[in-house]
Design a protein around this ligand. Structure first.
Ligand SMILES: Nc1nc2c(c(=O)[nH]1)N[C@H]1C(S)=C(S)[C@@H](COP(=O)(O)O)O[C@H]1N2
Ligand SMILES: [Mo]
Length: 319
């Protein structure tokens, strides 16, 4: 992981991108400091294997979350991605392949007994891998269905052994502008960050993804480790995670600091609550010529509505 000093120059014009219209310079310093203070010690006893970028994984199939839509062909959603580290358009897959996925260390820190830096393949060995077919709904009103391979955040929580009462789990992507040219665009608050409340993170749907279509996760989908929280808009599902922090405070996330009125913290999918630039009533299903109605909580109401039962009338929940 490389650390760069951020320039604090003012710029008068931002690039208008699908998901970003504004920027905010406040975050620059704080985000680079997060990267500098990374500490931890390695979990010993597992040899690190040099591996190819895309290898088979062994896992159990979990049919509980099956979706009544067809799985999106790998060739389609593997070439239509949002990954701003590599550009603010959808055709980033070639550029993203420059990201070296192995070896890859993940820092787990904050309010936990086991503050560790762990190699992703060692983490994979410790976790019970399963395949789950999930919907994914971007706030730009396109969607896909993907057979992810991964593990529930609950298993990671057990490994980390929380201390006290963490209220949030925060996630941070890698930072390396020499590979990710998008990170040279200093008006974005790199590295990409996201966070979930502790209750959300402990929901059975909250899934750490290490593979898709039976194989280890490719770079454009956020390899080697990403989040999948399918009841929320896609930007919450942070890619290429390098750090996971248990905290009692919430720090501002990447999109929130760019445009809080458009990308709120909750970001729960809701067809009745339009985004300022996109109606959320329907979605374009990648790989088909269909537009279909969008469902409340992206079709996962039965699993997650209880989290929000006391707050449901609050519009903010859907921003
Ligand atoms: N680090 C990082 N994670 C990210 C993004 C990003 O730009 N950088 N984009 C988000 C958005 S807006 C979406 S819709 C999904 C896209 O995932 P996909 O390309 O695998 O479909 O990733 C999310 N995670
Ligand atoms: Mo998105």
């Amino acid at each position: 992981m490389k650390i760069v000093k951020k320039n604090k120059w003012n710029i008068s014009e931002n690039l208008v991108t699908p998901e970003a219209c504004f920027y905010n310079r406040r975050k620059f310093l704080s985000s680079s400091m997060i990267a500098i203070t990374s500490t931890g010690f390695s979990l010993k006893g597992f040899p690190t294997l040099a591996r190819a970028n895309n290898f088979s994984l062994s896992f159990k199939n979990n049919g509980k979350y099956e979706v009544e839509r067809d799985i999106t062909p790998e060739e389609i959603n593997g070439k239509y991605n949002n990954f701003f580290e590599f550009g603010s358009h959808k055709q980033i897959w070639k550029k993203a392949s420059k990201l070296k996925l192995r070896p890859w260390q993940i820092i787990i820190d904050g309010m936990v007994e086991n503050k560790i830096t762990i190699d992703v393949d060692n983490l994979i060995k410790l976790m019970p891998l399963e395949e789950r077919i999930y919907r994914h709904r971007c706030v730009e009103a396109w969607s896909m269905v993907v057979p992810w391979v991964g593990f529930e955040i609950n298993h990671l929580i057990k490994l980390a052994k929380p201390i006290g009462k963490p209220k949030f789990i925060q996630f941070e992507s890698f930072l390396d502008p020499s590979i990710a040219s998008g990170q040279k665009q200093f008006w974005y608050p790199w590295p990409y960050t996201e966070s979930l409340t502790y209750t959300e993170a402990k929901n059975e749907l909250s899934f750490m993804v290490v593979g898709a279509y039976g194989k280890s996760l490719v770079a454009q989908h956020g390899g080697p480790l990403r989040l999948a929280v399918p009841w929320k808009y896609g930007f919450k599902s942070i890619k290429s995670i390098a750090r996971i922090t248990f905290s009692d405070k919430r720090s501002e996330t990447f999109w929130e600091s760019l445009q809080p009125k458009e990308y709120g913290f909750w970001a729960n999918v809701n067809p009745d609550f339009p985004h300022p630039r996109w109606s959320q009533e329907t979605e374009r299903v990648l790989g088909t010529d269909k537009r279909v109605p969008t469902l409340i909580y992206n079709g996962y109401e039965e699993f997650v509505s209880k989290i929000y039962s006391r707050m449901a009338k609050n519009k903010q929940l859907f921003m």
